[in-house]
Design a protein around this ligand. Structure first.
Ligand code: SF4
Ligand code: SF4
Length: 474
């Protein structure tokens, strides 16, 4: 099913695509989970990509897509079989990077509703391409139509229940860590993979013995001096149960700078369900979380999130999947942890304390997490780190595991290749390990992948800032 166009003739040719775009990306559309319509939408989108090919190096999805679209000496994504489409979908680990520079992506031609309804030229609908969002639709369609294996259902359930798994694992941290901390490829990990669908070949983040919210309740309340803001910390499951030191550093740095911190009553954003195709379970979590966070915003708080995939969900996915004024309100008031600090620093009348009397590294190798780049908010963490006076080298490469989906067996090989490439780039940027060079990144899952590939354990930017102010880690 060729669209009969190549990218050189876009966008006028794609402007006459027959299918209304609302079906393609709108999860509330009655045909959203229809297999025939979903597969047609995939063929249309893959045809546009096949004409463009800009994303060929981003992940294994695109090379597979282009190979299938070119089979038999033709150039037609419409000839792909459902199994070939499924292979392309399975290789996607939801890094979102293909929308960042896409000339047909959201923001280039999109309407205020998030879906295109008309072209700039008049009546014909314009074409908005969002491959990750289409992959989510395809996963949801396959899930709804019973096209996933029992093991995939198991891993979806496990990853989806990140909050419950985290609660139990923190209680039984020593036992849980003997399982998830077992050597990749070992018998324990292979058994775990069979039972849960979690990749046996990847290093997994360990669980903490004291969860962040417990630490928050115990830590002495600080009376902030000149008040510069009031936030609700949405710690996310990853930080709450696996790396609470990130949120502890966040609270110390914020309070030090006159930003009052409260703790979110909402626990999990539901990304695990969304990225596994369980639309009903995600929407249920999302509706509750939006209501809880919107109430915090109405009390005058902004929401800060120290894990990029989750701040992406609050800023973007809730607007699409829940919608309405509360979801918009939450999206407008949600900030990544460094983004909020830079807002304070750049706003007239407020600023960060620039007296860094603690430990400041000479040089920092900074990994820009894909889900932050996809938020198109600039490199706020990089700018924050520059305030320390250190030389900052930037690494922009997906880890393949920015969302937990990358740790599923089905995506293990493709995400591992991305992590290996990231490891090489980090090692190159840090000059092979020059003394005084610290590795740093916003995403704890990516940081775990960097540690796996390089042997160096990265810190979150807020942890570096806490050190620079002289705060000792707990
Ligand atoms: S996602 Fe956009 S930039 Fe990437 S190959 Fe497709 S059309 Fe080109
Ligand atoms: S979201 Fe990332 S992994 Fe998925 S197709 Fe786009 S670039 Fe590839």
């Amino acid at each position: 099913m060729s669209l009969g166009c190549d990218v050189a003739r876009l966008p006028c040719d794609v402007a006459v695509l027959p299918q209304p775009m609302t079906t393609t990306y709108d999860p509330h559309h009655p045909m959203y989970l229809d297999e025939a319509q979903t597969r047609t939408a995939l063929a249309q989108a893959f045809d546009v990509c096949n004409g463009c090919r800009k994303c060929v190096d981003l992940c294994p999805s695109f090379p597979a897509m282009f190979r299938y679209a070119s089979q038999g000496g033709t150039s037609d994504a419409g000839q792909m079989t459902p199994a070939q489409q499924d292979h392309v979908i399975d290789e996607c680990f939801q890094c979102k990077l293909c929308v960042v520079g896409c000339p047909y992506g959201p923001g280039q031609q999109e309407t205020a509703h998030g879906f295109a309804h008309g072209s700039a030229h008049g009546s014909a609908p314009s074409y908005v391409l969002d491959i990750p969002r289409l992959m989510l639709r395809a996963d949801a369609m396959r899930n709804a139509n019973g096209q996933v294996t029992v093991r995939d259902r198991l891993s979806s359930a496990l990853i989806g229940h990140a909050d419950l798994v985290g609660k139990l694992s923190v209680q039984l941290a020593r036992f849980a860590n003997r399982l998830v901390g077992a050597k990749p490829g070992s018998v324990v990990r292979r058994l775990l993979a069979v039972l849960t669908g979690v990749a046996s070949n990847r290093v997994l983040p360990l669980f903490a013995e004291l969860r962040f919210s417990r630490w928050f309740d115990l830590h002495p309340k600080v009376r902030v001096g000149k008040k510069q803001g009031r936030v609700t910390v949405f710690p996310t499951c990853v930080v709450e149960y696996q790396e609470p030191a990130i949120a502890q550093a966040l609270v110390r740095v914020y309070e030090h700078n006159g930003i009052e911190c409260g703790l979110s009553k909402a626990a999990c954003c539901g990304a695990g369900y969304l990225h596994s195709g369980d639309l009903a379970a995600f929407t249920k979590v999302a509706v509750d979380t939006v209501a809880t966070l919107a109430a915090e915003v109405r009390k005058g708080n902004d929401i800060v999130v120290p894990q990029p995939a989750c701040s992406y969900v609050l800023k973007h996915d809730y607007v699409d999947y829940v919608g309405g004024p509360d979801a918009q309100l939450v999206a407008q008031h949600t900030y990544d942890a460094a983004e909020y600090l830079m807002k304070v620093h750049r706003t007239e009348g407020s600023s960060l304390d620039m007296q860094f009397t603690g430990e400041v590294p000479d040089a920092i190798t900074y990994h820009a997490a894909s889900h932050l780049r996809a938020q198109k908010i600039g490199l706020q963490s990089r700018d924050l780190l520059k305030l320390l006076g250190a030389k900052v080298s930037l690494v922009e490469q997906s880890s393949g595991v920015e969302s937990l989906a990358g740790l599923r067996t089905i995506k293990a090989d493709s995400s591992l290749r991305a992590s290996e490439q990231l490891g090489k780039l980090v090692n190159r940027a840090r000059g092979g390990g020059v003394p005084g060079n610290v590795v740093c990144g916003d995403c704890h899952l990516s940081n775990t992948a960097i540690a796996e590939q390089t042997g160096v354990v990265p810190l979150h930017p807020l942890q570096l800032l806490a050190r620079a102010y002289g705060f000792a880690a707990d």
